[in-house]
Design a binder for this molecule. Sequence first.
Ligand code: NAD
Length: 355
Amino acid sequence: MTYNIALLKGDGIGPEIVDSATRVLEAVGKKYGHVFNFTPYLIGGSAIDATGMPLPEETVKGCLASDSVLLGAVGGPKWDTLPGNQRPEKALLGIRAAMELFTNLRPAKLYPALKGECPLREDIVENGFDIMIVRELTGGIYFGERGMRQGQYGEEAYDTECYSRMEIERIAKVAYETARKRRGNLISIDKANVLESSRLWRKIVHEMEKDYPDVVCKDMLVDNAAMQLVRNPAQFDVIVTSNMFGDILSDEASQITGSIGMLPSASLGNTSRGLYEPIHGSAPDIAGKNIANPIATILSGAMMLLYSFDLKAESDAIVNAVDKVLAAGYRTADLAHGGEYLTTTEITDKIIENI
Ligand code: NAD
């Protein structure tokens, strides 16, 4: 098969880590008989420098015409003084909206070889953990009615959380199907003891249970979930939650893995075309030095193979290669704590050797 992938390298370490991911994808293509055609488009600060805009029309068109999109990261001090709507980061919201991506998948996995990176006590993470957070991305309080007004005690500001049946059903469907492909456990996180929108969320999530007899679905209140993530992260398989709760909990979950350079993500919509990117930023402090950890971007490529192209064996080949390289003791600078480390290029070569 031939797949056309739009590359949004972006700024800072973006070009280095995207180049690593494309080399790994090419190695997978060679082994399994697929052709990946990569077309680069400008985004973020580099797009501002070249065109005056963080998200040129040509980039949007290119992404919409592709089979899937791989993004590095955007932003850097050079563009920090620009007004909010002209900043590189504005392009991220723009491309997600243009591609109508309503699901954000964020895995948080603690690799046995990297247990020492986890800030939690050793006995809590003895067996590691592997969580997939399914976050609703285009609804809820971040997109609800908002405003300012004069109230009895001076000025007031308000934001509204509103979820429709359609929005809840489509995200719950992704969550059930994700759980089905993993360990079959789904925890839906809400605040149904207080919020009306959460009560509708909970009702609809459970209405859909009958279509997924192979998945066990339970509810958890968001305050309890925040505690449980640090008390016993291994109890979670798939989490589904609203935009704001997912925003907060996915950052908490990423921190307990202790390694920001390792975590991929996927944003999906109604088509197989997705946007895949590491969760970290453009790391301007280490850009151009060939020391960035490319694994989050390489694993984003693995997520693309699974979620956009349904190539499970090929995706697993990347994940297993990363596992092997870490288990063999190879580390990038961010994980080496002053000890010996491999450069971005060298760790990529090691991963390719293990494909
Ligand atoms: P950051 O994630 O870029 O960096 C935080 C720290 O983690 C830095 O010390 C960095 O060197 C390190 N780090 C990050 N990724 C790494 C990797 N792959 N390998 C090794 N070390 C890594 O966050 P920040 O410093 O707050 O932001 C820098 C810029 O990135 C800002 O302009 C910010 O707006 C932007 N940003 C972009 C995105 C995105 O493109 N999705 C996300 C977050 C931040």
